[in-house]
Design a protein around this ligand. Sequence first.
Ligand code: P6P
Length: 332
Amino acid sequence: MLPYKSSKSALTSVEQFLMREYSENKNLTGELALLLSGITLASKHIANHVKRDGLTGVSDKTNSTNVHGEEVKKLDELADKMLIESLGLNADVAIISSEENENPVILQESGGKYIIFFDPLDGSSNLNVGISVGTIFSIMEKTKQSYTDPLEIILQPGHRQIAAGYIMYGSSTVLVFTTGKGVHMFTLDPHVGDYLLSRSNITFPENGKCFSINEGNSQSFSEGYHKWLDYVKSPDAGPYTARYIGSLVADFHRTLIQGGIFVYPTTKKSPEGKLRLMYEANPIAFIAEQANGMAIDGKSRIMEIQPHSLHQRVPLIVGEKKEVNKILSFIS
Ligand code: P6P
């Protein structure tokens, strides 16, 4: 038992929340708190830069492209660097794998317990137009201490995640994460300079009636997706509303809070799908399932996919169970 049963007041920090949730396992509490504090520390700096974009040029291009051939903004590189630096100080972190680095960053050959995956600034192409962007992270444990190729212990299916979450730099800066015991949201209070609990045990509302897909790609959708789109636009199904921001964290966060479904199928331009499995689809899927929703690639559960490469892309369908099952009835 906790020495003192804290009330679930608004003054609950991430660390205090973890102490309450994991009072029976002090070691895990400490490790998770330290891992999350490394991520939240970097996120406060990222938030500060995002809020001042336009004054500091962080959304300027670096005239380089990443492993995916995508333009890299200055803040992509800065966010990546800050996350690696703040997590690199943690003796429990063995390996970091980031969207911005072709190869994993090996912090410790033999020591360390955790592997951290992240997309340091998802949606950064929206930075210079003032649209919400985000940092997405996923945490797994090393499966063994010694290995010849780090990919042996990195390429694990998503159900092996011990924690996952995102920080959305939007009208407010919010941290949403799960450690397998529900989904919880913390809001960065600029006056306090810390993330404080704003919602706990979040689940998808039912009947959100909102679908989120880039219909600009519809020429390359398979027949089932066209039938589903006809359904959601038909009088007897609706009324549905359409919302699409083009920033995964923002589109998913709206779906989590208001309900509905987010869909990114394979397209002619992205025949494997556009979103990356290890640091976008897996963490989003963990949160979705913990919020009583579903996350699939159009056939199977995202978190069952055995990865074959670090930056592997997958299609992503995520949201309320009822909506995911409905689209499945058209596309499977
Ligand atoms: P499209 C942002 O570039 C991103 O990786 C995700 O954040 C977002 O969901 C997706 O791409 C948007 O892609 O093809 O609709 O612009």
